[in-house]
Design a protein. Structure first.
Length: 341
């Protein structure tokens, strides 16, 4: 069985490819390498023993998508490919709408032409906006505070409308909370290009000496220590959630929605201290102004995924910080370009 994984050389996509291979499913990767490197393919092969088939290109390229579906017996799609930084989206809204929404429509069009109707969408807890209550359940009110969040929410609504009128579709919306960590081998992890937009790679780059100081965006939120609280989940737990969703929902037509998180809220300062324990290093940080689009608290009620998918996050905060540091120590400059294996 082959699954098309868009954005498959990215952070979450590459780890999900490992989980798919472990489950006996063959990933076919499409990625434009805008935020990833070809060296990821070498690492997937080194860890799993299998090198995924790779197409370099863009989800907005309808002709390329048609060719992939003609050349490969694709059973379904896991769609990761997107621009994904909240702060950047407030500065580049057009790029976010054009890439995320138009790109998804182009991909869905190619799937329809190919008669492929099994789709797992990489959604986000940002669709819950600024929550009035936590933990968040799948039926919590949806809203958005940033262009990035609006792209995820609008795509969810598009998919809901499409499935309602065409019952051939099996559509699964996986709302991620905050993935961190790395593969336990230390060979694969998060390697953002440019200045990291997420907390953990920024911490690890400060720890390894690539950056001088961690900026913490605000310490005056109504939280336990004034910094933002999030539900951090190990990337391999998240990856395994995709496999469970495919196995349980892939054959079931309809709309399936799940939160993927731990159900525990951790503040930014708590994460800094947890990383210091894992690494034995003190992380230099400073408090700066709040960042547009951030909410004070956001964590999941993941009980539906446990009940219906048989999935639960099992890796601890110590596992997440240890694996992140192991990856960064082994790869101080991230994925450097490598020769073909």
């Amino acid at each position: 069985m082959k699954i098309l994984v868009t954005g498959g050389t990215g952070y979450i996509g590459s780890h999900t490819c490992l989980a798919l291979i472990a489950a006996g499913i063959e990933p076919v990767i499409l990625d434009n390498l805008s935020n990833s490197k070809l060296a990821v393919l070498n690492r997937i092969e080194a860890v799993s023993g299998q090198r995924p088939l790779f197409y370099q290109g863009d989800i907005r390229d309808a002709a390329l998508l048609d060719r992939i579906f003609q050349e490969q017996p694709i059973a379904g799609v896991i769609h990761f490919a997107a621009l994904k930084a909240v702060g950047e989206s407030t500065q580049k809204p057009f790029e976010y709408f054009e890439n995320n929404i138009a790109g998804t429509l182009t991909l869905l069009g190619a799937m329809r032409r190919a008669g492929c109707f099994r789709f797992i969408f990489s959604s986000s807890a940002t669709v819950y906006g600024d929550p009035k209550t936590v933990p968040l359940r799948e039926d919590s009110p949806r809203a958005s505070l940033s262009p990035y969040g609006r792209t995820k929410l609008m795509i969810e609504q598009m998919l809901e409308d499409m499935q309602q009128v065409d019952p051939r579709w099996s559509i699964t919306l996986l709302r991620y909370f905050n993935p961190i960590g790395a593969h336990a081998s230390g060979q694969m992890g998060e390697d953002p290009q440019g200045i990291p937009n997420n907390l953990m790679p920024y911490i690890t780059q400060v720890a390894i000496g690539r950056r001088d100081c961690l900026n913490i965006f605000g310490n005056d939120y109504p939280t336990k220590d004034g910094t933002c609280v999030r539900d951090y989940i190990h990337v391999m737990d998240l990856a395994e959630g995709h496999v469970k969703a495919w196995q349980v929902c892939g054959e079931q037509a309809g709309l399936h929605i799940y939160n993927l998180g731990t159900g525990q809220g951790v503040s930014v300062l708590e994460m800094v201290h947890a990383f210091a324990r894992a690494s034995g290093l003190e992380i230099n940080y400073k408090i700066v102004a709040r960042r547009p689009g951030d909410v004070a608290e956001c964590w999941a009620d993941p009980s539906k995924a446990q009940r219906e998918l048989g999935w639960k996050a099992t890796r601890t905060l110590d596992d997440m910080t240890r694996d992140s540091w192991c990856w960064q120590q082994a790869n101080p400059n991230g994925y450097e370009e490598e020769a073909h294996v």
